[in-house]
Structures are given as structure tokens and as C-alpha cells.
Design a binder for this molecule. Structure first.
Ligand SMILES: [Zn+2]
Ligand SMILES: [Zn+2]
Ligand SMILES: [Zn+2]
Ligand SMILES: [Zn+2]
Ligand SMILES: [Zn+2]
Ligand SMILES: [Zn+2]
Ligand SMILES: [Zn+2]
Ligand SMILES: [Zn+2]
Length: 535
């Protein structure tokens, strides 16, 4: 009758049709008075299909029968309606005195979460002027949230002053409960409702759990001045300065070329190189997108974890170094570029610092690529939003046929007559341009481009950096449902090969090609369709 699968000890059983019915559902009277809502009586009600009705007591979604108050639009499922509501709750850790149920919840702000909830069982201690929602009574006292590197502890009020939440960046009312940094970091406070969000807290109460010391392990051993032994490579590496731009010299950590500055190169025969900054990337970090520490590792060149990983921030595949969570079974992974983005983030294309302050329940779009697959950073002063994929794009790049640096330009800076020098296609391509969309250029033109101011060179981002910019040549990955071995190679032959993808059949223009058996594909997507093309 109520479609609630949870059948208790007492139920009615229909021998004819082998169905069980809750005792409460069968015996439910047409009208009841309930202590949860003493103001009005509740009528037995057939919940309309497709309507979003929840039981105000247990918060489960209602499908068939419920008790309904028309004047207040309140619902109780038949089981909760028949249950005795505990009038007194005793949880001295939250409040020293017993708390009594108070039915007019829509007039009281909870001392724990600071929110007024219209229908949420609420308990009070009148002499102390203390109010708490039923669930809030049992909220944790010490937790680790992703946005802050130290643990935060519940505090029933904040010192006087104007405070802002370290998650949503909005103001906190200091009369109500909040979480505060245990190490007293620069008045770091978080709204109770923000601290306990599913994407911020891992659900673990840490009160009484000893804290592991933050051991710093150096990423390399310094052998001599300018010579190191990096933990990801067996041979010593020497510091060199980039003089001539070479597209095929790729950093093993971030999978981007060496555009300028110094880098470490293997002193043996390997073409293993690392940007100076990437060689110094810490082995263990705290990142604002995950509550647990992340550990740096190199993805093996041979088959291991598919030879690739999926970044949880930008949603792109990568074969470089990965920061990985060691705590959870379903691991959280970040590429080196996304891992380097934290709060506040200074994006070259915006004058204010950016934060991870958007409400995850709201739908937002990156202002650069118009996409919504990767995690978003936003400005708390104006409405600017940028995704991790776009935020991690290098600002300054090199192109082999231009002696200057090219910089990232917003697509508004392009004119209708600009062309991409690599693919010779139009620089601005409409989102609905069928040809470009289908062959896999993505929605280029809306995502910005790279340009040289002096030579007026203009290039699509994908054409210059590659469509899978974090998949590195030399790597073997597995593609298609049949797990075929696929080798990623530099695309540097003078005659650019034709992509074997039957739906593509175009010259491979990107920096890398994907080789499966004797077939060459221009991108991962075309290689992934290999078996389908075969048939
Ligand atoms: Zn039932
Ligand atoms: Zn509350
Ligand atoms: Zn907040
Ligand atoms: Zn690098
Ligand atoms: Zn990423
Ligand atoms: Zn974007
Ligand atoms: Zn702004
Ligand atoms: Zn192009």
C-alpha cells in the first residue's frame, strides 16, 4: 500500500496474491491527530503520481498512501504516522539537559545548523533557549573536510565579528553553531550545513581518533648541484635550460612540452624529462576537492590501471603523474595540473580570485568552454565561472612555426575571418557546426584559442595541444570493449597519416596518434570505435 519495502515484524499477509501489507497500512484510519503536527488533523491521502512528496518525519519519498495536512501541505507516511514520536531526547554531549519535542518547528532556528526548517522534528530546552533539529542533535563534533587541510571541530557559537564560510564563502551568523579549524587557522569557520555536505565531508566522525602526523617525503634525492634522483625514475637526472622549443620533449608528469625555463632530463638514454616545477611537486598533498590526503605516483608505461587514469577534477584521461587517494576503495584521482589548482585560484582571464564556492545542487556552466563536465571554480564578487579543464590550460605556449610565445585568448577576441594554421579550418566554429562537431574537434571556437600578437598566428586549442592533451607518447593503453593494446605515438612524420576511423578518414592533425595493430587513429575516440568499424 505504501510501497515501502521495509516490512516490520507485524504485517498482514494475503494468501491469495502472496503479498505482504504493513500492519500500520492496513489499520490506518481515515483521519488522525499526530503529536508531530498537533495544530490540524491529518487525512489519509492518495499521493498523486509524479509529485515530489516526502514524509516530514523520516524524509522518505512517498508513492501511494500518506497522511496529509492540506493547510500546511505536510505529509507523513502511514508507518511514521502510527509510530509514537519520542517526546524527550537525551544527548548530553549536544546539550546538558534533556530536549523536549516542540511542534512549531517553522518558527525556530536550530542552534546547531542555524537554519529554520518548516517540517523537521525539532527539540528544545526552554530554560537554556536551546533548539535543535532531531538530526542535528547527532551531528559529529570533529571532522575532516576537503576544503581545509586541518580537522574542524563543532563550536556552538563564533567569536563576535564578521565571518565567512570557508566552503560557500557566504557570511556566517555567529550566534549559531559552526565548525572551526582545530588548529585555529586564521579564523577558519564553516557553516554546519556546508561542512556536512556530501561532496565536502567523508561522513567520518574523528573525535578521539588520533591524527596521523603529516610526514614530508621529498620527491627526489639531491646527488650534486643540479643532479637529482627522482622517486619515479631509476636514473639520475640533470637540470638543463630549455633553449630551442621541441614539441616532442614532453614532461612525464604533466605531459606538456617544455615551453621555457629549466627542466630535469635523464642522464642515461631515456627521454624521461620533468619540468623543474613538476620534479618538485610534493609527494603528498591536501586538495580542496577531496577530504583525504593524495599521494603522487607515476602511471606505468605498461598495462596497469589501463595505462591511464581519469581525473576527477577536469574529467580528462591522462597518462602522466597522478595524485591518488589511498583511503577509499573507489579512488579519487587528479592529474598534476588540476592538483596545482587550489583556493584562492588566480586565473589569468579574471581580475578576482576564484573559489570552489558554487552550490553543487545548482547547474552552472564554464564561461570559457560552456561545458559542465568538470569541477567548477567561481568568483564570489561577480558571476564568473571557469571549469578545471579550462583553468588548467597553459596561458603561454609555443608553436614550432612561430618564434614568439602564443597566449590564450578568449574567443570574443577572434574575428570571423581568422583561421587555424594547423587544420586550416575556421577559428570560430559554431556549436552546431555538424562537420566539426562530429569529427571530434569538440566545440572549438567557443573554447578560446591560442594567438600570437606579432605574427597574427591563430590556433585551435586542440590542434596545438592535442585533443587528449594529457595522454603521452610512448604509453600503451587499452582501448575498445575487447581491451586491445593501443600505443600512443608522436605524430611527427611529414605526411600526416589518414585516420583509420571509418567515420573520420581525415588526416591526423593532432600531436599524437593512437596505433592499434597496423591502424592509425587521430584520437582516443576514433581508436575506441575500432571494433565497431571492423564489423
Ligand atoms: Zn505499507
Ligand atoms: Zn538543525
Ligand atoms: Zn557555507
Ligand atoms: Zn611538467
Ligand atoms: Zn584534471
Ligand atoms: Zn571550461
Ligand atoms: Zn570577479
Ligand atoms: Zn585547428
Amino acid at each position: 500500500m505504501c510501497e515501502n519495502r521495509n516490512v516490520g515484524t507485524d504485517y498482514y499477509f494475503c494468501v491469495g496474491c502472496d503479498e505482504r501489507y504493513h500492519k500500520e497500512c492496513v489499520e490506518s484510519p481515515l483521519q488522525i491527530k499526530h503529536p508531530f503536527h498537533p495544530r490540524h488533523s491529518l487525512q489519509l491521502f492518495l499521493t498523486p503520481r509524479g509529485c515530489d512528496y516526502h514524509c516530514a518525519h523520516c524524509l522518505t519519498y512517498l508513492t501511494l498512501k500518506s497522511y496529509h495536512c492540506t493547510s500546511c501541505n505536510l505529509n507523513l507516511d502511514p508507518i511514521c504516522a502510527m509510530k509514537q514520536l519520542p517526546i524527550v531526547k537525551n544527548h548530553p554531549k549536544r546539550h546538558v539537559h534533556p530536549l523536549t519535542f516542540f511542534p512549531r518547528q517553522d518558527s525556530l532556528a536550530c542552534n546547531v545548523c542555524g537554519v529554520i526548517k518548516k517540517f523537521n522534528p525539532t527539540y528544545v530546552c526552554v530554560p537554556c533557549d536551546f533548539v535543535a533539529h532531531r538530526n542535528c542533535i547527532y551531528f559529529p563534533f570533529v571532522i575532516k573536510i576537503s576544503r581545509h587541510r586541518h580537522r574542524v571541530a563543532f563550536t556552538s557559537s563564533l567569536p563576535s565579528g564578521e565571518w565567512f564560510c570557508g566552503v560557500c564563502r557566504r557570511e556566517i551568523d555567529n550566534h549559531y553553531g559552526a565548525y572551526a579549524c582545530q588548529k585555529h587557522c586564521n579564523n577558519y569557520f564553516v557553516h554546519t550545513r556546508c561542512a556536512l555536505r556530501g561532496d565536502v565531508w567523508d561522513g567520518v566522525e574523528l573525535e578521539g581518533v588520533p591524527e596521523e602526523p603529516d610526514v614530508v617525503v621529498e620527491p627526489f634525492e639531491r646527488i650534486a648541484e643540479g643532479i637529482i634522483l627522482h622517486f619515479t625514475h631509476a636514473h639520475q637526472m640533470r637540470l638543463e635550460v630549455s633553449l630551442v622549443y621541441d614539441r616532442t620533449k614532453i614532461c612525464q608528469a604533466c605531459v606538456l612540452p617544455i615551453y621555457e625555463g629549466s627542466f630535469y632530463a635523464c642522464m642515461d638514454q631515456c627521454d624521461f624529462i620533468l619540468h623543474d616545477a613538476c620534479a618538485n611537486a610534493p609527494r603528498r598533498i591536501h586538495h580542496p576537492l577531496h577530504p583525504h590526503p593524495l599521494t603522487l605516483k607515476a602511471v606505468a608505461v605498461t598495462f596497469e590501471d589501463d595505462g591511464q587514469f581519469h581525473c576527477n577534477a577536469c574529467a580528462q584521461r591522462g597518462c602522466g603523474f597522478v595524485y591518488e587517494c589511498q583511503v577509499e576503495e573507489e579512488c579519487f584521482q587528479l592529474d598534476v595540473m588540476c592538483a596545482s589548482i587550489s583556493e584562492p585560484f588566480h586565473y589569468h582571464g579574471h581580475k578576482h580570485p576564484l573559489f570552489l564556492a558554487l552550490d553543487p545542487d545548482e547547474k552552472h556552466q564554464c564561461h570559457i568552454c560552456k561545458g559542465g563536465y568538470s569541477k567548477l571554480l567561481n568568483c564570489i564578487e561577480c558571476d564568473f565561472v571557469v571549469c578545471f579543464m579550462c583553468a588548467a590550460l597553459p596561458y603561454k605556449v609555443r608553436y614550432k612555426h612561430d618564434k614568439h610565445f602564443l597566449t590564450f585568448c578568449n574567443w570574443q577576441e577572434a574575428s570571423d575571418s581568422d583561421w587555424c594554421e594547423i587544420c586550416e579550418g575556421k577559428l570560430i566554429v559554431g556549436e552546431n557546426d555538424f562537420k566539426f562537431y562530429v569529427v571530434g574537434y569538440g566545440i572549438e571556437g567557443t573554447t578560446g584559442f591560442y594567438g600570437c600578437n606579432e605574427c597574427c598566428t591563430t590556433l585551435h586549442i586542440h590542434c596545438l595541444l592535442g585533443k587528449q592533451r594529457y595522454m603521452k607518447p610512448g604509453q600503451t593503453i587499452y582501448v575498445t570493449m575487447k581491451s586491445r593494446s593501443c600505443r600512443i605515438l608522436h605524430n611527427n612524420s611529414n605526411s600526416r597519416p589518414i585516420c583509420s576511423g571509418r567515420k573520420c578518414q581525415r588526416r591526423c592533425l593532432f600531436n599524437t596518434v593512437f596505433k592499434v595493430d597496423a591502424h592509425i587513429f587521430c584520437c582516443w575516440e576514433c581508436a575506441q570505435l575500432f571494433d565497431e568499424d571492423d564489423e
